[in-house]
Design a protein around this ligand. Structure first.
Ligand code: SF4
Length: 376
């Protein structure tokens, strides 16, 4: 497992004022800008506490603001502070986030010179109208140009997207997803728009000019996006903002949930369970196999998935088994008449399903942990 050492540079270097943005609320930092010496001290502290398993897989991540919007002397100060650790191999990767219009060849020269290997672009949307309404100050052409330049340097690329921006409808969201798929990032992060205290969106919201996304709708949209990216082999590494006291105190309204990502994965698991069972002929119960760590996703928040499966009359159609070898977020069926008890039904691509977690009975005859939903 890798250890991420976070360095917060909230709002530094950013002259923009995106409608939704309140960087202080998100990062929880309103203090003076971090110095190079403090960066070094932070890294030393984290390394001293690192577990042996984490050593050798340490990443320093500059969060917040727009790193490459800082003056080059300031960028150099921050990156230079990481160099002693990087050159000794104590830090393996350096990651930062920035805006698409703050990427050019000179800036990338500086980053490459200091070993930056991952850049996350705050893209938010690929629709020019949505970007304009959000006051982003860049357009889709800037995004495509930045991606091209980053790719030229073989730097890994992450893309951050938002759902629920003003004037972003399903059509524009879907178009954004398809554009991002064509850009082939290494990973994406999905953030539902929240109304934060002090942001322009708060004013708009209080004036009645912004219609909130409900939590349920945000989950549905994020599930759609995740499935598209999963299908294309693009990792979704985060869904929803990291919960924190600062964030919760700044939150005015919006689809916030501390386990937003799990809600999305549970929804996808329910879809895939239904899809899997729909492909099974006859009425004999089958066994669904999931990864042990996916049990809670399978169950859903407050057993919502099980309730839904019961409503659909599907809860008696299967028992659940946990297999340590089953990849996470996947599901397979065993024990059916039509496939000698071992195969996935034809046409059912069950190997790419999101998974859950909640079974506990021990099947002593097989040594596998099993349970049946209708017993619970
Ligand atoms: S570019 Fe980033 S830091 Fe700057 S205002 Fe917009 S969201 Fe905030």
């Amino acid at each position: 497992m890798s250890l991420v050492i976070p360095i917060f540079i909230p709002h530094e270097g950013c002259p923009h004022n995106c409608l939704f943005c309140n960087q202080h609320s998100i990062s929880g930092h309103v203090a003076a800008p971090v110095t190079g010496a403090e960066v070094g001290e932070t890294i030393r502290t984290w390394l001293a506490r690192a577990r042996p398993a984490n050593r050798g897989q340490v990443q320093v991540a500059f969060y917040g603001g727009s790193f490459t919007g800082l003056p080059s002397t300031r960028q150099t100060e921050l990156l230079a502070a990481v160099q002693p650790f990087y050159q000794q191999g104590l830090v393996r990767e350096i990651r930062l986030s920035t805006r698409p219009d703050y990427i050019d060849r000179d800036r990338l020269d500086l980053l490459c010179h200091h070993g930056v290997s991952i850049i996350e672009l705050g893209v938010q949307s690929c629709d020019d109208g949505v970007l304009r309404r959000a006051g982003r100050g860049h357009n889709r052409a800037d995004i495509e140009q930045a991606v091209r330049l980053i790719r030229e340097r073989n730097i890994r690329l992450g893309i951050q997207l938002m759902l629920g921006l003003p004037e972003d409808h399903f059509r524009t969201l879907r178009s954004t997803v398809e554009t991002v798929i064509r850009l082939r990032p290494d990973f994406v992060r999905l953030y539902p728009v929240l109304v934060l205290r002090g942001s322009g969106l708060e004013e708009l919201y209080h004036r009645g000019g912004y219609r909130l996304l409900s939590l349920g709708r945000a989950v549905v949209l994020a599930a759609f996006m995740k499935k598209r990216f999963d299908d294309q082999g693009i990792r979704v590494v985060r869904m929803g903002l990291q919960p924190s006291t600062d964030l919760e105190q700044s939150l005015v309204a919006g689809p916030y949930h501390p386990a937003f990502g799990e809600l999305v994965q549970s929804r996808l698991m329910l879809q895939r369970t239904r899809q899997a069972l729909a492909g099974v002929p006859g009425t004999d119960p089958v066994t669904l196999v999931i990864a042990a760590r996916d049990q809670s996703i399978f169950r859903g928040l407050r057993s919502a998935n099980l309730v839904r499966l019961r409503q659909l009359g599907l809860l008696d159609r299967f028992s659940l088994r946990v297999d340590p070898e089953q990849p996470r977020q996947t599901l397979r069926i065993v024990g059916t008449d039509w496939a000698a008890g071992t195969q996935t039904p034809p046409g059912q691509p069950l190997d790419a399903l999101p998974s859950p977690s909640f079974l506990t009975e021990n099947d002593k005859s097989t040594g596998q942990r099993t349970a049946s939903f209708n017993q619970r």
